[in-house]
Design a protein around this ligand. Structure first.
Ligand SMILES: C[S@@+](CC[C@H](N)C(=O)[O-])C[C@H]1O[C@@H](n2cnc3c(N)ncnc32)[C@H](O)[C@@H]1O
Length: 388
């Protein structure tokens, strides 16, 4: 069958933007016919083992799946999806935006506009193809990730990958929220601030969004260090405060982040996000001691939990499943997925809640939570208690 000329032009624009290093992002939306519960596909440039590739995030109802393709294969995949699974595509390059609209009968229309603000491409920067470049990067130098020439230190390669993967994931989530106002972002348990700096840098300096980012951290020496680096970088809308998450209060939070905040600190952060009616809640839970303590020796699942490693994983699954249900009960759509490869850290689960306008069946969710708690003899779960 002859390919529609507008679709052909769109694919050529994607191919050219990618080959020339101008490609930033492509989004496929408006579901037409999909075999599964596929909602969107996001495509961004990545570098894998030194080679330029395109990373496809297939966003399903309850999970994300990531596949990487070389350029030629990526074009074929987009061609296959367009007009079959999706009726709309938005291609963002350094200087232009192109939108392809397809009717149910397959007729295509291509709309192109010049971008008013220049966004740095995440790929084919002269030196390296990362969301966050290490060249001339003051905070990565001061945090010891790279040296003065921008070379990432050998022992910091995993950290650098984690930073970039995090920003890549966040770029997809931020795409979905309202950018018209100044976004108030709070990072609970910001630690040494690697991820806080990188996200700020990406949103403020690459996407040119209006943001105000606060890192909340218990340890004053880390807060002092981060504030000094932030001054050196001239990151005026980023600040770090020395506070217990429990004592931090703000009714104005658009995005709440808690990455590897210890045990129930994650629950407190989620709670603060829900209470502030945050649009986005992003957490990478850490240890799950509270639920693990409770998982009784008399439960029907003793055969599983008698092994320490299974008990640990079970506690993790139960805690995060309950957190996810509670977020849903409070009106958030949730997703749980792997944040970074298992080989770098076991603490690689990311749980994201995006506020929905509609409410959910809270009594059914409460019953589901009760069933889980009863089965594993769990008496207490911090987020549930906070919300009670
Ligand atoms: C494992 S680090 C994670 C740092 C950073 N979010 C990351 O992922 O790179 C956890 C941080 O949370 C801080 N933290 C733990 N409980 C806290 C609390 N109740 N209030 C504020 N900070 C807390 C710790 O001091 C620590 O720096």
């Amino acid at each position: 069958m002859e390919i529609d000329p507008h679709k052909k032009d769109f694919l050529t624009l994607f191919k050219e933007a990618s080959a020339q290093g101008n490609f930033i992002k492509l989004t496929l939306s408006k579901v037409f016919k999909t075999s599964e519960d596929l909602k969107n596909v996001y495509v961004v440039p990545v570098v894998i083992k030194g080679k330029n590739s395109l990373s496809f995030t297939y966003r399903f109802q309850t999970k994300d799946q990531v596949k990487n393709y070389p350029l030629e294969q990526a074009v074929v995949e987009i061609d296959n999806l367009l007009g079959v699974s999706f009726l709309q595509a938005l291609l963002i390059s350094n200087s232009q935006e192109h939108q392809l609209l397809i009717s149910k009968k397959g007729k295509c229309k291509l709309l192109s506009t010049a971008k008013t603000t220049q966004v740095k491409s995440t790929i084919h920067n002269k030196e390296k193809n990362y969301f966050i470049s290490s060249k001339n990067n003051i905070y990565l130098q001061k945090l010891g990730v790279c040296d003065a020439t921008g070379r990432v230190k050998d022992k910091q390669q995993d950290k650098y990958r984690q930073i970039n993967r995090y920003v890549e994931l966040m770029s997809v989530w931020f795409d979905k929220i309202d950018h018209s106002k100044t976004l108030k972002i709070v990072d609970m348990g910001s630690g040494k601030g690697y991820l806080t700096f990188a996200l700020y840098d990406y949103l403020q300096n690459q996407l040119n969004l209006k943001v105000s980012v606060t890192g909340v951290e218990l340890r004053p020496e880390l807060v002092d260090l981060c504030n000094a680096i932030r001054t050196d970088c001239g990151f005026d809308n980023l600040t770090f405060v020395s506070k217990d998450i429990n004592d931090f209060s703000s009714s104005e939070i658009d995005v709440i982040i808690a990455l590897h905040a210890c045990d129930t600190a994650t629950d407190v952060a989620i709670y603060k996000g829900i209470k502030a009616d945050a649009e986005l809640i992003v957490c990478a839970p850490c240890c799950h001691k509270q639920v693990r303590k409770d998982m009784g020796s008399n439960s029907d699942f003793r055969a599983i939990t008698k092994h320490g490693i299974f008990e640990e994983r079970q506690a993790e699954m139960l805690t995060d499943a309950i957190r996810s249900l509670l977020m849903e009960r409070e009106g958030y759509a949730t997703k749980a997925f792997e944040f970074i490869s298992n080989e770098h850290t076991r603490k690689n689960l990311m749980l994201v809640g995006r506020r929905l306008k509609k409410s959910s069946d809270s009594s059914k969710i409460d019953r589901d939570i009760k069933k889980l708690k009863d089965a594993f003899l769990i008496k207490k779960q911090e987020l549930e208690d906070l919300l009670a």
